[in-house]
Design a protein around this ligand. Structure first.
Ligand code: NAP
Length: 461
């Protein structure tokens, strides 16, 4: 079943959903295209009424939204509540700031006058992952709807209830028919949507494999796209780091959302002088986590999103070990019902081990010891990914110096990758292209039009 809610805490199927027929899909595309014709003419203030209302409804119904996420993909209930709140904040942020972000910009040509206008481009197609089943949707809905576009969204197969709940949010907020549409569709149908001439842009958040397929399809159709893909972020610990502060961030950086975050800390790169101490403390802190029901607020270690995610991750760990990695902690399934993986630390992952270049999408940390700051930077950059990264040091000037030399889209000093509505989010290399959030996020799917006023006689030919 392509769209099915299965609770990863107990493996029980909650609800199944049928995919759209091609005829039903056509009706939805047509509605989105027709809605665009009126929505694009609305003022920012008119659009903001609906987007701000959606934000308010999310804020007012945090528990209702959060419970769907916990049931469908095992997110700890307090993390799910945090995600819903943050998603609402993103919508409110764009309701408030979009007119300013997209205001005409005056240019200064040598002759005459000129300015840039930002106008909507049409129906945008979003393909989104399950790991933040609302936040990922809010990151596209807030900016692109406020810009005057309309949205069709294909959400991941394992979170259909979250997808449907988010679509209902827009109806409840008073959105016109076709403004925001959830599509329960197959990959083949998704390709057809990208090919459809009524679709003007494609936004994906997902794996590198999906990025290659979807960006190629968009490229063939000469459609603008943004790709938010995987990551293997470095967590650099310099010898002057304050370990009392650093260790809790290491645990949070790797274990938040059961480790299933694109910008989670995945490679722990620690300077030799402090490495043994860091490893011992990191192990102790991970061992203290308490697996249990993600609906229970005292649980600190939830299940993975699906059984297949767990099976794949266990295989990845076994393959890493077969090629020489050592298990310093965990490495196995937790002996209980549900799709739980032990918090795991792998050491001795050498560059010739395929794991060295892999993304571990779950609670598996790779630990590396390095000689000094320069070696830490070199190792951080020896990655196909380039999403985010962190550096921990008591010397902020040193932190800035390291941050400048790490080749990623985002760097954080004495913190893990911490998103805010105001700050652009995205990566380089295999982590994709384009940015979401902040002012940059709303600029991805607008027409930047030059208008020049230059009243002069035409030159004689
Ligand atoms: P995934 O398999 O790529 O799935 C993501 C979405 O893409 C789902 O809706 C999936 O649909 C769809 N999809 C996959 N292949 C497709 C295709 N060929 N055609 C059309 N749709 C397709 O990714 P995942 O494993 O679920 O999610 C985790 C990945 O996302 C990780 O690599 C993570 O790092 C990345 N991620 C990146 C960011 C970021 O902002 N950079 C944020 C979160 C996650 P189905 O579910 O129906 O297959």
């Amino acid at each position: 079943m392509a769209y099915e809610s299965v609770n990863p805490f107990d493996g029980k199927s909650v609800k199944t959903f049928v995919e759209l027929t091609n005829e039903q899909l056509e009706v939805k595309i047509a509605r989105a295209a027709s809605c665009y014709e009126t929505w694009k003419k609305m003022s920012y203030a008119q659009r903001a009424v609906i987007v701000a209302k959606a934000a308010e409804l999310m804020h007012d119904n945090v528990d209702k939204f959060a419970k769907h996420a916990t049931v469908e993909m095992g997110k700890l209930i307090n993390e799910a509540r945090g995600e819903v709140d943050f998603s609402a904040n993103i919508l409110a942020y764009y309701a408030k700031n979009s007119e300013r972000f997209l205001a005409p910009v005056k240019l200064h040509p040598t002759h005459g006058e000129a300015h840039m206008e930002s106008s909507p481009i049409g129906v945008i197609f979003g393909v989104e992952p399950w790991n933040f089943p609302y936040y990922q949707l809010a990151r596209v809905a807030g900016p692109h709807l406020m810009a005057g576009n309309t949205l069709l969204v294909k959400h991941a197969g394992c979170v259909p209830q979250c997808a449907i709940e988010f679509e209902k949010l827009w109806k409840d907020a008073g959105a016109p028919d076709g403004l925001y549409t959830n599509l329960l569709i197959s990959h083949e149908q998704s390709d057809k949507v990208i090919d459809d001439p009524r679709i003007k842009g494609v936004a994906l958040t997902g794996s590198v494999a999906a990025g290659r397929s979807i960006s190629a399809r968009a490229g063939t159709n000469l459609k603008v796209s943004s790709m938010e893909l995987g990551g293997s972020d470095a967590f650099i610990v310099l010898e002057d780091a304050d370990l009392e502060k650093t260790i809790p961030w290491a645990v949070w950086g790797r274990m938040y959302n059961a480790g299933q975050t694109c910008c989670a800390s995945k490679r722990f790169i620690v300077v030799e002088e402090i490495a043994d101490q860091f490893l011992a403390k990191f192990k102790t802190a991970l061992e203290a986590l308490k697996p249990g029901d993600p609906m229970d607020e005292t649980t600190t270690h939830g299940p993975l999103s699906t059984e297949s995610a767990l099976v794949d991750l266990l295989k990845q760990v076994d393959a890493a070990v077969a090629k020489g990695a050592k298990v310093a902690l965990g490495g196995k399934r937790i002996d209980r019902a549900g799709s739980f993986m032990e918090a795991t630390i792998l050491t001795d992952v050498k560059p010739d081990n395929p794991a060295f270049r892999d993304e571990f999408f779950g609670p598996v940390a790779m630990f590396f010891r390095v000689k000094d700051e320069a070696a830490a930077i070199a190792l951080a950059n020896d990655s196909d990914f380039g999403l985010g990264g962190s550096v921990f040091t008591k010397d902020v000037a040193r932190g800035r110096r390291v941050a400048s030399q790490v080749e990623t889209g985002m760097m954080f000093i004495n913190n893990i990758d911490w998103s805010d509505a105001e700050l652009p989010f995205g990566g380089i290399k295999d982590s994709g292209y384009g940015r979401e959030l902040g002012n940059m996020g709303i600029q991805e799917f607008v027409n930047k039009k030059l208008v020049r006023i230059h009243d002069m006689a035409a030159p004689l030919v």
